[in-house]
Design a protein around this ligand. Sequence first.
Ligand code: S3P
Length: 182
Amino acid sequence: MTERYELTRPVFLIGFMGAGKTSVARRLARACGVASVDMDTYLERRCGRSVREIFAEDGEAAFRALESEVLRELAAMEGPLLISCGGGIIERPENLEVMAGTGLVVHLRVTVEEAEARISNKESRPLFGDLEAAEALRVRRMPLYERAADHSVETAGKSIAQIAWDVRHLLEERGVLCQLPE
Ligand code: S3P
């Protein structure tokens, strides 16, 4: 029989665009039978518009306000979720408070080159820009990610499966991912 797990608190995967947050969360959720949600996808369904459209029509500030609302909603859900956050979640101090106050925050560290290689659809990321702009943004945000995170996981040279494995061990060690009795 497959082992089943539960989360004791929400887990927030944070990090720059292309760090692998969504794929890692999906993979881990499938392997452990826990529920995961991608914040951008959830926000897009809730608003009936894509992230790109929201940025283009209402601007970044409006997107950030929606993002904070969605974060609060997901963090408060019964049955803790594995949440892959948008790369800019660390831009608002109130988001850091929500995450620190409710769950465990894991930062997936990535280089800009690796991020670019992992991103299949740059059109959907209005803030990625060219490599130089993306690197400037990543460097500015790095201390914010590090400050927000309880743990950081290095993703350089690793496959999604390996990163998911590292995160899984970390969550088990921290007692956030627990095996259910059969
Ligand atoms: C953003 C990252 C994106 C998305 C939006 C803004 C950012 O999410 O929320 O385009 O500010 O870094 P991913 O990190 O999932 O690409």
